[in-house]
Design a protein around this ligand. Structure first.
Ligand SMILES: Cc1ncc(COP(=O)(O)O)c(C=O)c1O
Length: 379
């Protein structure tokens, strides 16, 4: 018998769309991918060079379980420079992506039955991490007219004696929106810990993102190199935690993972310190695509009440086409040959929406949206 805990894990629906799209491609169909949450850009050359050099120079052994000290120091400098917050290298644990960091944080934080507040919609994997650590996700709906920002007073109403943490993600997947400074501050002042997933930081086209550490130390930061530096496959991330949690997390890291990949950690230093021009180039291209995509989706009748200003997603109201986002996404794939992600993947409040990713070339985005126009004209 397979263990019960595995049965509680829900599938990641975007992967269902992607797998069907790949099967169609194997049959010769040309599919435009607007479903994937992965940069289309190549990893910056200086990062690749640093990784190659690290191998040649023999940096191929286990590192300190908390991670390469030089990388942790570079992360501290990054947080100081970007947000004016002081973090100590011994508050940081380097992991193989943000995902394992999430597993470590919730494992260190939750007793059986402890609650974590998450928004609806939110990144599809959050509830699974929480449940796996025997916690209970408690959802707070967020609304299109608010740009899908949390209403702190609605969070407050859901807080119980069992609430251990409030999970925030700004800029957000799937909505591409930022949490305003005032709402973030209000959330930081609530009693539970805040777990802040800052993986899309740096990919902000209007306004400014804030780290939770600007407002409270009663917080955990999740961050990683996948998105901003186009390093998804290299698997590098980190967590920043209050000091009392570090030793317990370190013991889990030592037992379960030993350390993150040594070569990639050295490449991470180059990402933080040498990619200024690469990041600026990628950002300006994302921004150009964002503007085009938002304008065109609106023309096609999709509802976008508050324009997204971060990450690389547009979460568009598709109720004019269908209220069943899963069926709609597969119909668009089968008939228009465009991959899109059903809103239901991100929670029941995401039903009726589709997530479009602009991590694809402008040329492909134009072609994909032309195909969707033809699809809608024939409905
Ligand atoms: C909001 C959010 N958090 C975390 C992750 C996981 O990223 P990583 O590649 O660092 O594990 C993703 C990936 O899509 C994401 O969108």
């Amino acid at each position: 018998m397979v263990a019960k805990r595995t049965k509680e894990i829900t599938p990641f629906l975007v992967m269902d769309v992607l797998e069907r799209a790949r099967a169609m491609e194997r049959e010769g169909v040309d599919v435009i991918h607007l479903e994937v949450g992965e940069p289309d850009f190549d990893t910056p050359q200086c990062v690749k060079d640093a990784a190659c050099r690290a191998i040649t120079e023999g940096h191929t052994h286990y590192t300190h379980s908390l991670g390469n000290l030089e990388l942790r120091e570079a992360i501290c400098r990054h947080y100081f420079k970007t947000y004016n917050v002081s973090v100590s290298p011994d508050q940081i644990v380097i992991t193989s992506g943000t995902s394992p960091a999430m597993l470590l944080i919730f494992s260190a934080l939750l007793e059986k039955g402890d609650q974590v507040i998450i928004s609806d919609p939110r990144y599809a994997c959050y509830p699974n991490f929480i449940r796996f650590a025997q916690g209970v996700p408690v959802t707070v709906p967020v609304y299109e007219e608010d740009g899908f920002q949390y209403r702190p007073e609605e969070i407050e109403r859901k807080i119980t004696k069992k609430t251990r943490a409030i999970l925030i993600n700004s800029p957000s997947n799937p909505t591409g929106n930022l949490l305003s400074e005032s709402r973030m501050r209000a959330i930081a002042e609530l009693p539970p810990y805040v777990v802040s997933d800052e993986i899309y930081h740096g990919l902000v086209y209007e306004g400014k993102e804030h780290s939770i550490l600007e407002f409270t130390d009663n917080a955990f930061v999740l961050n990683g190199f996948s998105k901003l530096y186009a390093m998804t496959g290299l698997r590098l991330g980190y967590l920043i935690a209050p000091q009392p949690f570090i030793r317990p997390i370190q013991k889990m890291q030592q037992n379960f993972f030993i350390s993150a990949n040594s070569v990639v950690q050295i490449a991470g230093i180059a990402a933080l310190e040498q990619t200024g021009e690469d990041v600026a180039r990628m950002k300006s291209m994302y921004d150009e695509r964002r503007k085009y995509m938002v304008g065109r989706l609106k023309e096609l009748g999709f509802g976008i009440t508050v324009e997204p200003t971060g990450a690389f997603y547009v979460f568009a109201n598709a109720k004019h086409a269908s209220n069943d986002s899963y069926k709609l996404a597969f119909d668009v794939l089968e008939k228009a040959h465009v991959g899109v992600t059903p809103g239901i993947d991100f929670g029941s409040n995401g039903e009726g929406y589709l997530r479009f990713s602009y991590a694809n070339s402008l040329e492909n985005i134009i072609e994909g949206l032309n195909r969707i126009k033809d699809y809608l004209d024939n409905l």
